[in-house]
Design a protein around this ligand. Structure first.
Ligand code: 9W4
Length: 422
C-alpha cells in the first residue's frame, strides 16, 4: 500500500510522527552535520541547486537531506535499494513537504519509476549510492546532463561502475567518490559494521557472548571490527582466513587462527565477512555443535551455503525474529540469522548514526564543492581531498570535546626534509 501526493509517493503518511522522532534521535547523534548545518545556514552555498538523491531512506539520510536544505538546496529523493527504505522516515520527509519517492518492498520497475520522478525537476547535482541515478541520466535522460554540475557516489560498487564508465569516455559530468574518503570507509567498515553486526546477533538471539567461541570468517576491515567487539564482550575469537599476512595480524591481535574445518567443531557463533562464496558449506555444518548460530555480514548472501543447510535439515521453524532453527537428522539444532543476509542491516539498524555522520559530512562537503567548482572540473571520478578528510576528522573530534596537538614549524621541517638522519 502506498500514498501519493503532488511530490511524493510513500507507504503511509500516518507513520510521519514516528519517523520524526527517529530523525530527531539520529540528528542528536550527528554533530558534524549539525555543525555544517549551522555553519552554512546563512551563507546558503547550495542556493539555486536542485539535488536529486538516490540513497537508502534511513533516519541518518533524513538528517543529510535536512542539512542540504538548510544550506539552500531543493531536493528530490528516492531510495537506492527496494528493501532499505524506512517507511516511517519516508513519511516524515513527505509530511514535511520534501519531495520523496520511496517505500519498503517496491518492485524493480517501481524502483526505476521513483528515480525518474526525482529527475522531473531537472537536477543540477546528483547524489548516488550504487550509481543507478547517474546511469539512468546517462542512458535514459541524456538531455538532463547539460544542466548537471556534478555528482557524488557513496559506495565501492558505484565508484567501480563510474570509473569503468569514465575509462570508456562515457562519463558526462564530474563525480566525487565519497566512498574513498578515509573518514568514510575506514570508520564504516571497522566500527560501523563491527558494532552493528554484534547488535544484529544480539537482537536475533539475546545470547551471552562472554565465554563463547566466536568464529569470524575473513579478517578484512569488517571481520576485524566484529572480532574486536566480540572480544570486548568476553568472547574467545577464532579467525579463519586464506591470506597469510592477514592471518598473522589476527594472531598478533590475540585471536586464534585455524581452518574452518577445525573451527566448525568448536564454534558457538559464526559470522562470515569475506566477500567470497561458500565460506560455510555442508561439510562444516555436519561438524557443528548443537545450538551453533550462523550469520553473515558480507555484502552478498552466498557466504553461507543455505542450500546445503536446507539439504541437511529434517525440519525448520522460525524461533525468533530473524532467527530460523534448522534441526538436523541427529537432532542437532543450527540457527541461521537473517536468512544469511547482512545481519547488521536485516536484524539491526546498520551503521550507528555517529558513523554515518562522517560519511554524510563528506557527501555534504562534496556537493558544495560540485556547486562551486563543477563547471571547472573534468568529466572524471575525483577523490576526496586529504584536507576534507582531515577537516571532517577535526570537526568530529571537536564535537566530541577533544583537541589534538599541532606540529611546530621546526617539526614540520624535520619531517619533510631529507637532510636530517641519525
Ligand atoms: N539496507 C538493507 C538492504 C536490504 C535489506 C528480507 C527482511 C545499506 C547501507 C545503509 O542495504 C541496506 N533486506 C532486508 S533488510 C535490508 C536492509 N531484508 C531481507 O527479509 C529483511 C543499507 C547506510 N546506513 C546505515 O548503515 C545506517 N544508516 C544508513 O543510512 C543503509 C541501508
Amino acid at each position: 500500500m502506498t500514498v501519493v501526493g503532488k511530490n511524493y509517493k510513500v507507504a503511509d503518511l500516518e507513520l510521519a510522527e514516528a519517523g520524526r522522532l527517529k530523525i530527531e534521535w539520529a540528528e542528536s547523534r550527528m554533530p558534524v552535520l549539525q555543525h555544517l548545518s549551522e555553519k552554512y545556514r546563512k551563507e546558503k552555498p547550495l542556493k539555486g541547486q536542485r539535488i536529486a538523491g538516490c540513497l537508502h531512506v534511513t533516519k541518518e539520510t533524513a538528517v543529510l537531506v535536512k542539512t542540504l536544505i538548510a544550506a539552500g538546496a531543493e531536493v528530490s529523493w528516492s531510495g537506492c535499494n527496494p528493501l532499505s527504505t524506512n517507511d516511517e522516515v519516508a513519511a516524515a520527509l513527505a509530511a514535511d513537504g520534501i519531495s520523496i519517492y520511496a517505500w519498503h518492498g517496491m518492485s524493480v520497475e517501481e524502483f526505476y519509476w521513483c528515480i525518474d520522478k526525482t529527475l522531473e525537476f531537472k537536477p543540477t547535482l546528483t547524489l548516488d549510492d550504487g550509481a543507478d541515478l547517474i546511469a539512468t541520466i546517462h542512458q535514459k535522460h541524456p538531455e538532463l546532463i547539460e544542466s548537471v554540475l556534478g555528482g557524488t557516489e557513496e559506495t565501492t560498487t558505484g565508484v567501480h561502475r563510474l570509473r569503468a564508465l569514465a575509462e570508456e569516455g562515457g562519463l558526462k559530468y564530474p563525480v566525487i567518490a565519497v566512498n574513498d574518503a578515509e573518514t568514510k570507509w575506514d570508520f564504516d567498515n571497522v566500527y560501523g559494521t563491527g558494532q552493528s553486526s554484534i547488535d544484529g546477533i544480539l537482537r536475533a538471539t539475546s545470547i551471552l557472548l562472554a565465554g563463547k567461541n566466536f568464529v569470524v570468517a575473513g579478517y578484512g576491515h569488517c571481520g576485524k571490527g566484529c572480532a574486536m567487539r566480540a572480544s570486548g564482550l568476553g568472547a574467545n575469537v577464532i579467525v579463519t582466513e586464506v591470506k597469510p599476512t592477514t592471518s598473522l595480524k589476527a594472531v598478533l591481535e590475540g585471536h586464534r587462527v585455524m581452518p574452518m574445518d577445525e573451527a566448525a567443531k568448536i564454534g558457538d557463533i559464526f559470522i562470515t565477512a569475506t566477500g567470497c562464496k561458500d565460506v560455510i558449506i555442508g561439510r562444516h555444518i555436519e561438524k557443528m555443535k548443537d545450538g551453533a548460530v550462523l550469520c553473515n555480514t558480507g555484502h552478498y548472501d552466498c557466504e553461507i551455503n543455505i542450500n546445503d543447510l536446507d539439504k541437511l535439515k529434517v525440519s525448520k521453524r522460525k524461533i525468533r525474529t530473524n532467527n530460523v532453527e534448522y534441526t538436523l537428522k541427529d537432532g542437532r539444532r543450527i540457527y541461521l540469522l537473517a536468512d544469511g543476509r547482512l545481519v547488521n542491516l536485516a536484524s539491526a539498524e546498520g551503521h550507528p548514526s555517529e558513523v554515518m555522520d562522517m560519511s554524510f559530512a563528506n557527501q555534504f562537503m562534496s556537493l558544495i564543492r560540485c556547486a562551486r567548482e563543477g563547471k571547472n572540473l573534468e568529466n572524471k571520478v575525483y577523490d576526496i581531498p586529504e584536507e576534507q578528510d582531515q577537516e571532517v576528522g577535526t570537526i568530529k573530534l571537536r564535537t566530541m570535546g577533544m583537541n589534538i596537538d599541532t606540529l611546530t614549524e621546526e617539526q614540520e621541517k624535520y619531517l619533510n626534509s631529507w637532510e636530517f638522519g641519525t
